[in-house]
Design a protein around this ligand. Sequence first.
Ligand code: ACO
Length: 315
Amino acid sequence: MKNIEIIGTGMAKPGKVVTNDDLAKIVETNDEWITSRTGIKERRFCDENQSAYTLSAEAAQKAIEASGVSKEEISCVICATVSAEYVTPSLACIVQRNLGLPEDIPVLDVNAACSGFIYGLEVARGFLNGNGGKYGLVIGCEQLSRLMDMTDRSTCVLFGDGAGAAVIKTVDDGIYETVLGARGGYEITVEGAGPVVSHIKMEGQEVFKFAVDAIPKCINALKEKSGITLDDVDQVICHQANARILDHCVRKMKADPEKFYKNMDRYGNTSAASVPVALDELVKLGKVNPGDTIMMVGFGGGLTWAGVLLKYGVK
Ligand code: ACO
């Protein structure tokens, strides 16, 4: 089985900025409560011209351009999402069609909630090893504003919309490890997927306990499997659910906070989009460069968890 590297990233920002003060006009909450509990200051929602499709297509197009790979060379398209407008066609199929990507390749959505992008990388790796392709496209995209109960202050302050994408390439050697798992839990639910509007429900404290356990568990498993330490890793890109969760884990692991990027203050929790969006920002900031070793960690609905250790490279 060949390993994979990421060789290009892209993201799409929804147009509508919703601050904590904006939410305080809708539900009984305030900026101080939200900021101190979550680290979130604002989030973005799709405007009237945007949707999960437009965001994912924009992020994918940018990732393809950044990678230098031509569309004809893409040999699979995976989209991680729990909030696309259609159950079928998949979001991946809609992106494939609208970007004019090849037809004789596997194209599908992955649902592993906030761990979805990392699950998607491993699914894409499997497809590329199966079909002999060299390059794959993996997207994480959410329009969670579709699923939010804007009268429930315990959830509506947490989530946002967004999309991030990455082009991957198979490599014969290099560093690659992955850890994927799930507990089978109903702590975060969304009923009635598809055009029927339903709402995110969450047992926040149970999810908090799960998350502070899942992050170190994934990181330690990746360290053990690969034999490397966090000193050898340039950036650890975790799901951006909540700053308190991340800070707690960094302290517990006695890790360098500089390696644990945070952007939930600007986007909230964007589920499957959060890891690829953070990765793209780090690339743009020059904090992830070709040759770097990165870890990515996701956790969320399912209850799923996922970690991957891989190289950021070039075509
Ligand atoms: N504004 C003001 N008060 C609020 C709000 C709000 N937005 N939401 C809840 N409260 C109140 C509650 O009603 C409660 O009041 P009470 O004591 O009078 O009953 C009080 O604040 C405390 O509520 P808790 O739920 O105990 O608050 P907690 O400190 O646990 O924080 C939070 C809630 C932020 C959701 C926390 O549990 C958490 O971060 N959980 C993890 C959730 C998460 O990160 N999920 C994402 C991972 S999975 C995924 O991405 C899908």
